[in-house]
Ligand binder design. Structure first.
Ligand code: NI
Length: 269
């Protein structure tokens, strides 16, 4: 699908967070005062990502309530073990709600032993890749310690989308870009031990980069370990700007422009 919105976004800092979880219980207490405060601090757009049917429904409600919030609905690999029998039609119903712009967060996570079996994860991931292609929607992909199988499925289904919190090598990044995918970089690039993410940040083409948090997780330095929120992207983007040797504004602008393009968003302030 081609984006019909090509105007340059105004304003600074103009932070676009392409990956957030404001449905998390860590925001339960203060969500409806906290979220509007972020819009005052220059956050101009957020994609909230569901991880199961109920958080995807919560995401659709957030979209209805807040103009800068758009949504993704999907079954996260950690939740892929026992989805309800009718999950595919239920998910499709949510995806047809207003402002739902992507299938996500979906993918593979082989990091935790207690996660669903690999075959089960692959089956649920593949079903959602087919659904995304059928609906003409991009995907938001989670890949943790599962690079080989993730790339196999992306090669097979060739969806539009982003590999979020990208943790693969520069070579894998290049292949993902060749497949037409975007690369999401978050707080991990600021961590002291970051080596590969820094190389990826250096090499990723600016027109393929998405800015993101994965909040409330993955807070960038100097907030590492604290509750993360979308305004902290200035620290992540600042680090990427330093790595690439370009101004911060250029990274933030790329984050807005690429998100608008990938998710076919209307203009946001
Ligand atoms: Ni996430």
């Amino acid at each position: 699908m081609e984006s019909i919105h090509t105007e340059k976004a105004p304003m600074s800092p103009g932070i676009f967070d392409s990956h957030a979880h404001y449905d998390s219980e860590q925001f339960q207490e203060d969500l409806h005062t906290f979220l509007p405060s972020l819009f005052q601090k220059g956050v101009c757009g957020i994609i909230n990502c569901g991880t199961d049917l109920s958080s995807s429904r919560f995401t659709a409600d957030l979209c209805a309530r807040y103009a800068p919030v758009y949504g993704a609905a999907g079954i996260h690999p950690e939740c892929a073990g026992n989805p309800p029998e009718n999950w595919e039609s239920a998910l499709e119903e949510i995806l047809r709600l207003p402002k739902m712009v992507a299938v996500g967060e979906i993918g593979l996570d082989y990091h935790w032993e207690e996660n669903p079996a690999r075959d089960v994860q692959k089956e649920v991931f593949a079903a959602q890749l087919r659904l995304a292609n059928r609906l003409g929607l991009p995907v938001i992909v989670h890949d943790r310690d599962a690079h080989g199988d993730t790339m196999d499925l992306l090669r097979q289904y060739k969806p539009k989308g982003v590999v979020h919190c990208f943790s693969g090598s520069v070579e894998m990044m290049r292949e993902a870009v060749k497949l037409g995918l975007y690369i999401g970089l978050g707080g991990a690039v600021t961590f002291k031990n970051a080596r590969v993410p820094v190389e990826v940040a250096k090499e990723v083409p600016l027109d393929r980069l998405l800015t993101e948090t994965d909040c409330p997780y993955m807070a960038p330095v100097p907030f590492r370990g604290k509750r993360c929120d979308s305004s902290m992207i200035v620290y992540t983007a600042g680090k990427i700007a330093e790595i690439k040797g370009v101004p911060l504004s250029e990274i933030l602008e790329a984050g807005r422009r690429n998100a608008r393009e990938l998710f076919s968003l209307p203009d946001f302030p």
